[in-house]
Each structure stands twice: as structure tokens, then as C-alpha cells.
Write a new protein. Structure first.
Length: 325
């Protein structure tokens, strides 16, 4: 059959471009967009208020380091519960001209100046975990964490359903705005009395002693809400030591907390999925550095809350062993 010039021209064009199985031109798919953008060689610093060895922050660190390996970028992790020392770590990262900073803001006022120096140096900042309400004001490109108010209200609802009428909310870090928001949220939905108890997370034996003394002196307290997994285990021991029948719930996970949930010693854990609070910021900084992408549209990126109960604790336990929950 004779082919017209138009047909020959079309066949020639198809021969040059080729077609994918989905009908897309093979050459029209640019190699630059066929893989995720990479900021290879970039250096990102993660600086939190978590004390070294804290099981919660170890999981955050695992997430950040895993993302760093995936994207071929350097990730350093440091933590200090003293806001002044945390600010110094931020200053050091800025002086070292890192390509991005991830900061938890338990005390936004104390960190505002240091974060401002990073922003002034045109170093992108992602805030995590605490200080969501101040993130935009300090110049961060986004915040990754959970709404502490929402999480607290969810905890209060579940404790109310379990019959708790007077709750002891154990605060383990003075000045941490997120912890107070959790207690306030629980107070809004419990429909009963919420009393706060200040303790020191670095002295767990003293935590057990203080919670024990409170439960013995006020037998109307029939619920305890801890805001940290290590505090949860100390509170569990206090409930046993005092002979109290108080029901215990906690924020955040550890292998010990998961075991306590399975054993019926803890009602539930509010899970903010802290692995994502390490992994997602590095992902976002990589995308910003390589492709000028921003995430969230000025709103926080929520990683929780979720709830771990006896129904799903077994599955979560296997993940906790791997250091990702």
C-alpha cells in the first residue's frame, strides 16, 4: 500500500519519540523528574530538647537518620533539655553553615533569638513536636507534630469513658508549653477534676515517690495521665506501691509501655508517631533544598494522635522493637 507523505511523517515522528505502555512519550518523561529530587551532599542538623538516652527521642533520631540515608544527605542529631544550651547548639549549627535545621520548641521564647539567626542566614527551619503555635512566627517553613490540645481532649474522653473522675496529670518538664496543653485538653473533656503534679524526668525514682505520696494522700484520685513513656512506668510502679486502684494512661510509646498495655497495667497510649517527627522534616528539607518545595501551606503537618490499646499493642510491639514506634 502506498503511504502518503503525511502518514510517513507521522510514522517518522513516532519512531523518533517512541511510546510508553501508558501512551506517554518515552522521551517526554524527563530523566530529572523520573526520580525524587535529591539534595545530595546537603547537611541538616536536628536539635531537640530531648535528654540523651530518652527512648522517645531515640525514635525521632532513628527517623531522621533513616531519611538522611534515603536521600543521601548528612544528618546530625543533638539534644539538650536546657533551653539555653539548646540555643547554643542552634547557634553552632548556624555558624557551621548547615543547609537546614530541625528544632523542637518546648520553650519558644527561649529559642526565638537562635532560630531567628538561622532564618536571617537563609537557613530553612522546620520545627517539630512542641511549639506549633509559634512556628510560623519564628520563620519556620513548616511544623511537624501533633495538636497537643486535640490529643489531650482525646485522652480525656477515653479516661472519662473508663470511669475516671479525678485525674492526676504528671508534668515532667517545667516550662514545656505542649505538656500544659495536653493537661488542658484532658481537662476540657474529662468532665471531672484535673490536678497537675510537677516532677523531674531525669529522676524517675523521685517521680515514683511523688506519685505514690499523692495517691496515698488523696484517695479520690482514680486516674493518672503521664506525658512521657518513662514517667508512665514510674507511675505504674507508684500505683502498685500505693495500693491505689487508679487507672493509668500515657502519652507516647516505648517497648516497656507497650508491654504494660498488653499486661493491662496501662489503659492506652496516645501515639504521636514520633518516628515521623524525625523522618518527615528531613524529607521536607531535602525537597526544599533540591526542589524549593514547601509543605503544609502555613499549617502544621500532623503526625497524630493515634491510640495504642490492648487491641493493637501486639502489632505495635514488633515495630517498637525495630525502633520505629
Amino acid at each position: 500500500m502506498r503511504r502518503t507523505p503525511i502518514v510517513l511523517a507521522l510514522l517518522g515522528a513516532l519512531a523518533v519519540t517512541g511510546c510508553s505502555s501508558g501512551g506517554q512519550s518515552a522521551q517526554s518523561a524527563s530523566p530529572a523528574t523520573s526520580v525524587a529530587p535529591q539534595a545530595g551532599g546537603a547537611r541538616f542538623a536536628v536539635i531537640t530538647h530531648g535528654a540523651p538516652g530518652d527512648s522517645f527521642w531515640d525514635v525521632v533520631k532513628n527517623g531522621a537518620e533513616a531519611a538522611g540515608k534515603q536521600y543521601g544527605v548528612s544528618v546530625t542529631y543533638q539534644g539538650d533539655g536546657d533551653p539555653a544550651k539548646q540555643s547554643q547548639l542552634i547557634d553552632q549549627a548556624v555558624s557551621g553553615k548547615v543547609d537546614g535545621v530541625v528544632v523542637s520548641m518546648a520553650n519558644p521564647d527561649a529559642l526565638k533569638e537562635a532560630i531567628g539567626k538561622a532564618v536571617a542566614a537563609k537557613i530553612p527551619v522546620v520545627t517539630i513536636n512542641s511549639g506549633a503555635d509559634s512556628s510560623k512566627a519564628v520563620g519556620a517553613i513548616t511544623h511537624v507534630g501533633q495538636s497537643e490540645d486535640v490529643a489531650g481532649r482525646g485522652a480525656g474522653e477515653q479516661l472519662k469513658a473508663a470511669g475516671v473522675t479525678k485525674l492526676l496529670c504528671v508534668i515532667h518538664e517545667a516550662g514545656n508549653v505542649g505538656l500544659d496543653q495536653r493537661c488542658k485538653g484532658a481537662e476540657e473533656t474529662l468532665g471531672g477534676t484535673v490536678e497537675r503534679l510537677q516532677v523531674d524526668v531525669s529522676n524517675l525514682a523521685d517521680v515514683t515517690s511523688k506519685v505514690t505520696a499523692k495517691l496515698q494522700s488523696d484517695q479520690q484520685v482514680n486516674g493518672v495521665l503521664s506525658l512521657n513513656p518513662a514517667i508512665a512506668i514510674a507511675a505504674r510502679d507508684a500505683i502498685k506501691d500505693s495500693g491505689s486502684q487508679a487507672k493509668l494512661a500515657t502519652f507516647d510509646l516505648s517497648a516497656d509501655v507497650v508491654d504494660a498495655i498488653k499486661a493491662g497495667e496501662v489503659l492506652f497510649a496516645v501515639d504521636q508517631q514520633q518516628y515521623l517527627q524525625g523522618y518527615l522534616p528531613i524529607t521536607f528539607l531535602n525537597l526544599y533544598k533540591a526542589n524549593l518545595n514547601t509543605v503544609g501551606g502555613g499549617l502544621p503537618v500532623n503526625t497524630g494522635p493515634g491510640f495504642v490499646t490492648k487491641d493493637n499493642a501486639e502489632q505495635v510491639a514488633k515495630l517498637a522493637e525495630a525502633g520505629t514506634r
